[in-house]
Design a protein around this ligand. Sequence first.
Ligand code: S3P
Length: 188
Amino acid sequence: MAEVFRSIVLVGLPGSGKSTVGRQLARRLGLAFLDSDHVIEERLGCSIRTCFELQGEQAFRDLEEATLAELVQRPDVVLSTGGGAVLREANRRVLRRHAWVVYLKASPEGLFRRLRHDTTRPLLQVDDPLHKLRELHAVRDPLYREVAHHVLETGRPSVSNLVAHIAMQWEQRALAGTGHGPVDGPGC
Ligand code: S3P
């Protein structure tokens, strides 16, 4: 018998709304909300930006891998992940296996408009953040698609519309008797 999905994971580029959407979605569905970056910062005792500066990106990715593997096994949560969570194959495997994964898709230009004054994201503290976002999108869009059971375009809809859409898909899956279980075919 197929394993039952009891949790939702949100993936997508920085600024795509994973935390904002995730928090509201969890409230709407009566699930707990977790943000893997916040958990990592609590464990580190400092910001991710400081971690990148002091220990380097690979040390952060190691901690991210261990944290995701743990958090995704918790039942009844909406888990928002860091934008680079999909880079490691082990992460993609564990996320897709244990949760219904939704990709919040956004254009680099739209993200740039939202993030141009941001100082918290280490990868975007560069001379040309738009160029960086385009690079991240080119590398990661195929990986987000690979891990996701469902892809959602975030460009125009409001946060509450995005939340309503995801909640409806989640509830329809339950009603359709898929049991929120891993899909055999190309499910969404
Ligand atoms: C990262 C995105 C960040 C955070 C870290 C690395 C990335 O999360 O995990 O700075 O590689 O894109 P957000 O997507 O929440 O900004």
